[in-house]
Ligand binder design. Sequence first.
Ligand code: MG
Length: 261
Amino acid sequence: MKRIICLTTVLAVSFAASAQQFVIGGTKDDRTQAMQPGMTEYYYPKVPVVTPGDIKTNSAPSDAIVLFDGKDLSAWTGENGNEAKWKVNGDGTMTVNKESGGITTKESFGDCQLHLEWCVPVGIHGSGQAKGNSGIFIQGRYEVQVLDSYNNETYSNGQAASIYKQSAPLANPTRPEGEWNVYDIIYKAPTFKEDGTYRTKPQITVLFNGVLVQDNTIIVGTTEYVGLPQVAPHGDAPISLQSHGDPSEPISFRNIWIRKL
Ligand code: MG
């Protein structure tokens, strides 16, 4: 019975997520306002765990825009356009500053190939969504989840490399705390009709530690914590990294570069 209920939930969410008519012009309607976080979370099917191969990193190719090379945050701003205040560690890495909020690229992007590496600190505390939570907001609104998903249960469409609350990853190759995880993202930006709805929806492919986890996935709108995906017209936009409010120890990033496509 539980499986039937869960499948029903998955189908309901899938239907809701594909029903673009719920979200005209970016205004949340009454049905979304009345929703609770759990209404867009599903736990089945579970994502299979895969042990990744030895792919660790790769440095920027010659035509890439380097967003973080370990030296400074000159490509980024902090909240409200202020200076980015995440900690640059001197070993090629930077660490989330949970007091100062997220950071955002100064440059805007559309179609792109994005490389990024992240690491959860050894001895991190917490569980579920409150353990190493961060995220990459493509065009400022579509989150590729970052989370310590090594032996850490949460909803399938909220674990590492999910398109948050929309699409669970095809596999879970998350490395344990203290080891570096690698995301390679290929993103196709949406186009819009004159009425503000998608003409072509955003599409995303994600390789996670060398394992395909999002296979040309269609994104149906913004990745909301509460409620249904929203659609509002936008052009090229910056990429943001999330400073999540959970109390777990902050995670680190390194080697971030992007190629415009
Ligand atoms: Mg997140």
